[in-house]
Write a protein that binds this ligand. Structure first.
Ligand code: FUL
Length: 442
């Protein structure tokens, strides 16, 4: 009889499991999955603005203002690596149109500057450094261009595609292409009708593994703020039909949380600068965020199922300043310490359709939980609550939350417990949780 009951339960569990293993709703491509796993990487704003103290260059700057005296991309890449960042995305061209490589399609580039006698190429230096350090690289290529004479005419679309082609065929593989939505031309300024469909098709023809970021993707979306914070509820789903990049994008709070029933898988990437400006400005060293502040932002981005892109702008020497690198190392130390000892390791895990119970061999003190959904099968969990205790019959409420997605990190007052239960209170399809870890974070 006992044996029969056991067989019965195994059959039920098995069928729930196999039912659950069907994909549900929009799912990420393999490139998007790889992107989710990167979690944290650096952004670098570098160009004439670094030297002119501007955030948006006018495009009429003398190219000679670009003159880093001790540039060392190996320093950038080795600091990124040591900080645990998976890559670097560089402003190959910002709104001023200045190209950090000697583009054939512009007369406003490193070639026109005296830097390295016009023979320098930041993209080449950085791509070699990233390869050497074993990290990846991506490019920001501003659609808005305040320098190019063709900007504002259909010809500019051709120029932009050629520019992308140079970058995407000349420096090895990139993991991400960044399209910001800015256009500060104002009502009487130039009006460019961008051919984003062609931009996308061309970029993917040169590098099919790329994920493309913009307000509305196609692959990765902006989170509606530049503070590095994703919504506590975060769907990797977004409706893009009828929306545009920049003005005409979905409302910021939609970008921040995604659409519950969105038709496309478009993950959230939280951008934020380690210091006040996107570009380096002398006098802003005192605005560098501490390791603890960066960790808090990590919890509010990676810990809410998205990625964190942290801008660390090189200074006028062409180096990451020591204050910034110290903060990055502190941030890494905090992460390492926080996630070093998984208290659920070796625990007995019992799963049912809508709950997971964890039975520990002995009592532990924890205050942090890390959960992951198997997003290749779709994002399913709508809400869940957690209870725990030292006696299975007396489980106290600990914390409730909504979405999980790629990763959910929850913090709560320290609890001493032996039993732990995650109850899914809302889900679109049977939850598939592929990782549960718990920590005591000092
Ligand atoms: C914005 C730009 O206007 C800022 O200068 C900066 O590059 C930021 C990351 O994106 O759209």
């Amino acid at each position: 009889m006992r044996k029969n009951i056991a067989v019965f339960f195994v059959v039920i569990l098995y069928s729930l499991q196999s039912f659950a293993q069907e994909k549900f709703g929009p799912t990420p491509t393999k490139e998007q999955l790889a992107w989710h796993d990167k979690e944290f990487y650096l952004f670098m704003h570098f160009g004439p603005n670094t030297f002119t103290d501007l955030e948006w260059g006018h495009g009429s700057e003398d190219p000679n203002v670009f003159n880093p005296t001790a540039i060392d991309c190996n320093q950038w890449a080795s600091i990124a690596k040591a900080a645990g960042a998976k890559g670097i995305i560089i402003t190959a061209k910002h709104h001023d149109g200045f190209c950090l490589w000697p583009s054939k399609y512009s007369k406003h580039t490193v070639r026109e500057s005296k830097w390295m006698d016009g023979k320098g190429d930041v993209l080449k230096m950085l791509s070699e450094a990233c390869k050497k350090q074993g990290i990846e690289m991506g490019v920001y290529i501003s659609p808005w261009d305040r320098n190019h004479p063709d900007y504002g005419t259909p010809k500019y679309n051709e120029v932009y595609i050629n520019t992308m082609k140079e970058l995407l065929t000349g420096y090895g593989k990139f993991f991400e292409l960044w399209w910001d939505g800015a256009n500060g031309e104002g009502p009487n300024g130039k009006k460019q009708v961008y051919d984003f469909t062609r931009f996308k098709d061309s970029a993917l023809a040169y590098q099919p593994q790329l994920v493309i970021f913009s307000d509305i993707g196609p692959h990765v979306r902006w989170v509606g703020n530049e503070n590095g914070i994703i919504g506590e509820t975060n769907w990797n789903l977004l409706d893009t039909a009828g929306f545009k990049r920049g003005e005409g994008a979905p409302p910021n709070d939609t970008l921040n949380r995604g659409n519950y029933n969105g038709k496309n898988w478009i993950g959230a990437e939280a951008d934020v600068s380690i210091r006040k400006g996107w570009f380096f400005h002398p006098g802003e060293d005192n605005t560098v965020k501490s390791g603890a502040t960066l960790f808090d932002l990590y919890l509010k981005s990676v810990g809410r199922g998205g990625n964190m892109i942290l801008n660390v702008p090189p200074n006028r020497a062409g180096l990451i300043s020591s204050v910034d690198s110290a903060a990055l190392m502190e941030f890494k130390k905090i992460r390492d310490l926080a996630f070093s000892n998984n208290e659920f390791k070796g625990a007995k895990i019992l799963k049912t359709k809508d709950a997971i119970e964890i039975h520990l061999a002995k009592e532990v003190s924890i205050n942090t939980l890390v959960l992951s959904e198997k997003i290749s099968f779709g994002q399913r969990v709508v809400s869940f609550k957690i209870t725990g205790g030292t006696d299975l019959k007396k489980m106290d409420p600990i914390v409730s939350a909504t979405t999980i997605g790629h990763k959910r990190i929850l913090q709560f007052p320290t609890q001493k417990l032996k039993y732990f239960r995650i109850q899914f209170t809302g889900y679109k399809a049977i939850p598939i949780i592929d990782d549960i870890k718990a920590y005591f974070v000092p």
